[in-house]
Design a protein around this ligand. Structure first.
Ligand SMILES: [Zn+2]
Length: 104
């Protein structure tokens, strides 16, 4: 099936990679102060296929998608380790020196 141009019917996750200019920091050091990185629209991410900045409206969606996926992955990972979220509210004394450790 040939992909058509124009608005997609479904939101597709595009591969993103960390910006090579600012290395994901979203800013670059100017002479006197830090400047927004123009290579990546100050997002820290560029398109993995072209290496160019993703247009802002797309970028917001892509980052939201990425964040949601990561949050889901993280919650799966914490559940795999015995449901750390259940101990989140109380001091589990599993951190260094018996302090509370929640992993964030
Ligand atoms: Zn950048």
């Amino acid at each position: 099936m040939k992909k058509s141009h124009g608005p997609a019917f479904r939101l597709e996750a595009k591969p993103l990679m960390v910006c090579g200019i600012c290395r994901g920091a979203t800013v670059v050091s100017g002479v006197f102060h830090q400047l927004d990185c123009i290579q990546c629209n100050a997002s820290g991410w560029v398109c993995a296929t072209t290496g160019e900045a993703v247009p802002l409206p797309d970028l917001v969606q892509q980052l939201s998608l990425k964040l949601r996926n990561m949050a889901a992955e993280l919650s799966r990972a914490t559940q795999a380790h015995g449901g750390a979220h259940e101990q989140y509210e109380q001091n589990n004394r599993r951190g260094a020196g018996g302090s509370n450790y929640t992993g964030d």
